[in-house]
Design a protein around this ligand. Structure first.
Ligand SMILES: [Zn+2]
Ligand SMILES: [Zn+2]
Length: 143
């Protein structure tokens, strides 16, 4: 699939892992996008950009990329763990998402109460506690 940032300086080519989208409501994604960060998962090496990309080191475990010219969010990339290099590519870059549906919501407990995506009972929703339980190192494991 091919998409472009708002100003057109960056072209993104992506091969999503599956035909569904995720939405993240965490504080950082809300500040970054002014809403939920809606994205498609791409395995390491399956998403690339052509054009001026600014990489933002936003936490110990992930970085975000944006167009260096217009600031459009491009992707969220894990930098540690078994899927390091996996990118969640911004769905809004792609003019045609075909029949891709929203299949997962993250940090649902961080979503403001005043809005919601329809059809919540048809997808998985994870809270901050669910995310920490899934990704935090177990006792005795090296960080
Ligand atoms: Zn741009
Ligand atoms: Zn997020």
């Amino acid at each position: 699939m091919q998409g472009k940032c708002m100003c057109g300086a960056v072209t993104v080519t992506a091969t999503p892992t599956r035909k569904s989208l995720s939405a993240c409501h965490c504080d950082m994604c809300r500040a970054w996008t002014s809403g939920a960060f809606i994205a498609m998962e791409c395995a390491p090496g399956n998403a690339s950009a052509d054009g001026p990309v600014k990489v933002l080191e936003t936490s110990d475990w992930a970085r975000r990329a944006a167009c260096a010219h217009c600031g459009s969010p491009l992707w969220y990339e894990l930098k540690v763990g078994p899927v390091a290099g996996q990118r969640q590519v911004a769905a809004g870059l792609f003019p045609d998402l075909g029949d891709m549906r929203l299949g997962l919501e993250l940090y649902i407990d961080k979503k403001p109460h005043g809005y919601a995506f329809a059809g919540a009972d048809q997808r998985k929703q994870m809270t901050e506690a669910d995310m920490i339980a899934m990704f935090a190192p177990k006792d005795g494991e090296d960080r």
